[in-house]
Design a protein. Structure first.
Length: 288
């Protein structure tokens, strides 16, 4: 597994690369980084795939753009540009978790030609999340950090307090059987890089229509279209977002299936790697 760099969408992206064969793009979430996939990379390369796991925009060692945008149209264009650069414009297989999954929904809708099959973990379709939040106080509480992160200044101080202890708290909250101290320590170290906390919080602030790139209005109009790319979505049985997986079906015009992983929370790919690896490999090999 090598750490490489490439220019895409005007930004310098760092990424992990291993193996050879059809390309599988792995997208991490928050608070996390590309090393989150260290349990999946060996399984995928052993199965004959080339794996590329980028550090998303603003996550060191990827460049943190000065006055950059973090809206979903910008993030989808990042991925489209990365695929063009790293896979010669040919479509990839896609696996994504948390924010990676949220961006992936936008990519699949706006640029369906870039992906042949997708596995999305822990996050239902954003449209279904919006519908659920309007009727479920429990899910609003589950997503409390979305609203907390809209406040000016306080979230930055909270995420830096006691060397990022709040970030570890989020892992424990979302994965009740939290035992991932070494990896979370690595994430906390990454967040100490100047500008990293501010950049990663900017994703949440852009969710509510703030700071969107006006030049990408055409992409923004496409990111909520029905998805035709064959997609599997999975949640842990201990993650209440599993309740939204069936409702997400209405956002797909193509093949859509969902499943759960017994005993797992939000970071299911790290909590139950063997079960998740089996799901991923089975879906990537299927032909619909």
């Amino acid at each position: 597994m090598e750490l490489e760099q490439a220019q895409a969408n005007g930004l310098r992206f760092a990424f992990l690369e291993a193996g050879s064969g059809p390309t599988v793009l792995l997208l991490h979430g928050y608070p996390d980084n590309a090393y989150s996939w260290e349990h999946q990379i060996p399984a995928l390369t052993a199965a004959g795939y080339r794996v590329v796991a980028p550090f998303l925009r603003g996550y060191p060692p990827t460049e943190i753009p000065e006055h950059g945008y973090y809206d979903r149209a910008t993030l989808a264009l990042d991925l489209k540009s990365l695929i063009d650069v790293l896979n010669g414009g040919k479509p990839v297989l896609l696996v994504a978790q948390d924010w990676g999954a949220s961006i992936a929904y936008a990519l699949l809708a706006a640029f369906p030609e870039t992906v042949t099959r997708a596995v999305l973990l822990a996050v239902p379709h954003p449209a279904e999340i919006r519908r659920t939040l309007r009727r479920s106080p429990a899910h609003v509480i589950r997503s409390f950090h979305w609203f907390l992160f809209q406040l000016p200044g306080l979230p930055e101080r909270l995420c830096k307090l006691r060397d990022g202890a709040f970030l570890q708290f989020l892992w424990w909250l979302w994965s009740p059987d939290f035992r991932d101290h070494a990896h979370v320590a690595r994430v906390r170290e990454m967040m100490r890089e100047p500008g990293a906390v501010e950049a990663t919080l900017a994703y949440y602030r852009a969710m509510f229509g703030k700071h969107a790139d006006p030049a990408l209005a055409d992409i923004r109009a496409r990111i909520d279209r029905k998805i035709s790319v064959p997609t599997l979505c999975a949640c842990g049985t201990r993650d209440m977002r599993k309740e939204m997986l069936e409702g997400s079906r209405r956002e797909f015009s193509g093949v859509y299936e969902w499943t759960t992983v017994e005993g797992a929370g939000h970071f299911l790919h790290r909590e139950k790697p063997q079960a998740v690896n089996a799901l991923i490999l089975d879906w990537l090999r299927r032909e619909d």
